[in-house]
Design a protein around this ligand. Structure first.
Ligand SMILES: CC(C)[C@H](C(=O)O)[C@@H](O)C(=O)O
Ligand code: SF4
Length: 427
């Protein structure tokens, strides 16, 4: 019987199997940020276990609220910073070099095909775009991971999502994943791996694949995964070129992280997305999704372009194409947060930052910021935001505020009009 990609990763990392449905896996990486890791650090310290299993496999960043906005967030940063220093964690990204965790870690080459990765963050599923098993975990698992380099998981039942056809211009990975979540609902993939395959995924850049996998958790998925291919190799090449002689060698090696043809799935969904339209959420659940056409004219107060879903260079390029030579409506506030310093620099070089500024956007430093409503663009009660982020939960970006999730193209077009519109009228 064939195996899925996730089963193969489990087989290669399993340490033991003390219970029938518990698989203890060796970890290739533990990612950390300043909101959840300090809780684990403080507890480990209190128990006299202020150690890490391997400092080279731990990566840490201050990203959620940075620069610190108050004493509490300053303290969270301090705990993470001092811990990283104390424990010899070299890959620690502090202010000036920091970016959104799920953007900066892949950019630095820390997510690789076949890897097992955990982090105390629900969108850790993003890293599955590289053909890795990457899952968000709670404090206890994070502590064990930091200390022992292992984590216990249930057997990875997999849902396969085959995306056929060709996306129309103006339709992006974000529209696809919003559509998939609408079809599966917010618990349609609970505790399962969502495997994204098919010609549409094959055509996607790593950035787009990360957008897809990023929102797996919004359908309840433990992890989203894509098969590694030449696109993956090209993205990682600068980090792996000493390990492999040629890109073909790298591809050969990574090809073992692809599901077998006769692998067994919990369910297979097959969609032709050739006719898919730009999508947007309404309400407070990420499966409340409609075509933008049906929401056109909905008034918005703020536009946010950024986050681990859509704050990468590809996203900024798309938004800038829509905004070029235009001004955003006087009735809205536009905020863009490039997700990492490298993305920011590239956007500067390419004139994208200037496009945003000329259009009337406020450009912030790389941070999660407005995405979780803690800083850098909190909504007032009754306000709504057209946002490229991944969660539209009630009050997510500010108490009493509403969030409409959409692609960067739709967000940029909506900024110009001051209400939700289809980006195709601009591109
Ligand atoms: C702060 C963190 C625990 C949280 C998460 O896990 O998702 C955040 O990143 C979010 O998106 O709400
Ligand atoms: S950008 Fe938003 S969703 Fe992503 S990790 Fe930060 S707070 Fe969470």
């Amino acid at each position: 019987m064939g195996k899925t990609l996730a089963e193969k990763i489990f087989d290669a990392h399993r340490v033991n199997m003390p219970f029938p449905d518990t698989h203890v896996l060796k970890l290739d990486a533990v990612f950390c940020h300043e909101i959840t890791t300090p809780i684990a650090i403080t507890d480990l310290q209190a128990r006299g276990k202020d150690r890490v299993f391997d400092p080279s496999k731990i990566k840490a960043v201050i990203d959620h609220v940075t620069p610190a906005k108050d004493s509490k967030t300053a303290e969270q940063g301090r705990i993470l910073r001092e811990w990283a220093k104390r424990n010899g964690i070299k890959d620690f990204f502090d202010i000036g070099r920091n970016g959104v965790c799920h953007a900066i870690f892949p950019e630095k080459g820390f997510a690789r095909p076949g890897y097992t990765i955990i982090m105390g963050d629900s969108h850790t599923c993003t890293h599955g775009a590289f053909g890795a098993f990457a899952a968000g975990v709670g404090t206890t698992d994070l502590e064990v991971g930091i200390l022992k380099g292992v984590c216990a998981f249930h057997f990875p039942k997999t849902i396969k999502i085959v995306l056929n056809g060709k996306l129309r211009p103006g339709v992006f990975a974000k529209d696809v994943i919003l559509f998939v979540i609408k079809e599966l609902t917010v618990n349609g993939a609970t505790n399962m791996v969502m495997e994204f395959t098919g010609p549409v995924v094959d055509e996607m850049s790593m950035e787009s694949r990360m957008t897809l996998c990023n929102m797996a958790i919004e359908a309840g998925g433990t992890c989203g995964v894509c098969y590694p291919d030449m696109t993956t190799v090209n993205y990682l090449w600068k980090y792996i070129k000493d390990e492999f002689k040629t890109k073909e060698d790298a591809l050969n090696e990574y090809s073992k992280w692809i599901s077998d043809k006769d692998a067994v799935y919990e369910k297979v969904y097959e969609y032709d997305v050739s006719d898919l339209e730009p999508m947007v959420t309404f309400g407070y659940k990420p499966d409340q999704v409609k075509p933008v056409r049906e929401m056109a004219g909905t008034k918005i107060n703020q536009i946010y372009i950024g986050s681990c879903t859509n704050g990468r260079i590809e996203d900024l390029r798309i938004a800038a194409r829509v905004l070029e030579g235009k001004k955003i409506s006087d009735d809205v506030r536009g905020i863009v947060s490039p997700a990492t310093p490298e993305i920011y620099s590239l956007a500067l070089k390419e004139g994208i930052i200037e496009v945003f500024q000329n259009a009337g956007f406020c450009v912030t430093n790389p941070t999660c910021g407005a995405c979780l409503g803690m800083s850098n663009g909190v909504l007032a009660s009754g306000e709504s935001c057209a946002s490229t982020t991944n969660r539209n939960f009630n009050g997510r970006m500010g108490k009493g505020g509403t969030v409409h999730l959409m692609s960067p193209a739709t967000a940029a077009a909506s900024a110009i009009e001051g209400k939700i519109v289809n980006s195709s009228m601009f591109v």
